[in-house]
Design a binder for this molecule. Structure first.
Ligand SMILES: Nc1ncnc2c1ncn2[C@@H]1O[C@H](COP(=O)(O)OP(=O)(O)O)[C@@H](O)[C@H]1O
Ligand SMILES: [Mg+2]
Length: 231
């Protein structure tokens, strides 16, 4: 469904030294799978996620979405896929402060259709922030704002969700709620979650471990260290 072959992402500094943010990475996510990417800060998780989503171009290598190379696509085709088939949850939530919460969620879809409106309200209810629907997001806490961003990522019922540290601004119980919502989409939706927090990946189908720009191994979440209850 989503595959990358031989990806490298190379930055050059002012002395023209090469620095590999990613080196020779291969990646595959099947339809409906939840795949975690885990690794310390700087290991290349965000770079890989942005390249897989077509937001960033690799220096070397190719990404295939449903067997089509992103590289060969026109800007418009790629933009159309991103708008209709992808959902994004970023670490920083990029909400529009002069729109209401509801309008932020609806900003990515054709707002004139009543069905989207109902879907959006429904998502806000599930996330426990429906009371804020007509308020401006700057009045909300960081965690509540992250939930708005999550509702926005889900409203178009995407085929693939790209989530970069989606729980970074949430406390443990809210982080769990968000991961439960994402996990409930498994089967229909492919979900990629980049994080340094292995405790949120218990429901992943596979976990790709990254280190220094490389993928070093793929495991089941059951082989990750157990979260705090066992410490
Ligand atoms: N625009 C950039 N210019 C130079 N180096 C960058 C840039 N963006 C990221 N990097 C470097 O690439 C490496 C991987 O970064 P990143 O993908 O953000 O890792 P992670 O998400 O795992 O923390 C890091 O060493 C980072 O400093
Ligand atoms: Mg990152």
């Amino acid at each position: 469904m989503l595959e990358a072959r031989n990806l490298s992402l190379i930055y050059r500094n002012e002395r023209n030294d090469e620095y590999y943010a990613l080196r020779d990475v291969n990646f595959l996510a099947n339809h409906g799978e939840m795949v975690g990417m885990i690794g310390p800060s700087g290991s290349g998780k965000s770079s890989l996620l942005y390249i897989l989503s077509g937001l960033k171009k690799p220096t070397v290598g190719t990404v295939y979405y449903q067997d089509r190379a992103l590289e060969g696509m026109s800007y418009n085709d790629l933009a159309e896929i991103r708008r209709k088939e992808y959902g994004f949850i970023f670490q920083r939530h990029f909400l529009i402060d002069y729109l209401s919460v509801l309008d932020n969620v609806l900003a990515v879809v054709n707002q004139s259709q009543k069905a989207w409106h109902n879907t959006a309200i429904n998502l806000l209810e599930i996330l426990g922030i429906a009371d804020f629907a007509n308020q401006k997001p700057y009045k909300m806490s960081v965690g509540q704002r992250q939930k708005v961003a999550i509702a926005r990522a889900l409203v178009n019922q995407p085929k693939v969700i790209f989530a970069d540290e989606p729980t970074a601004s949430l406390d443990h119980s809210n982080a769990r709620m968000v991961m439960d919502i994402l996990a409930s989409l498994k089967g229909q939706t492919t979900i990629l979650v980049a994080t340094h927090d292995y405790s949120i990946l218990e429901q992943a189908d596979r976990v790709v471990h990254m280190w220094d720009g490389r993928t070093i191994k793929t495991t089941l979440p059951s082989s990750l260290p157990k979260s705090t209850e066992n410490v």
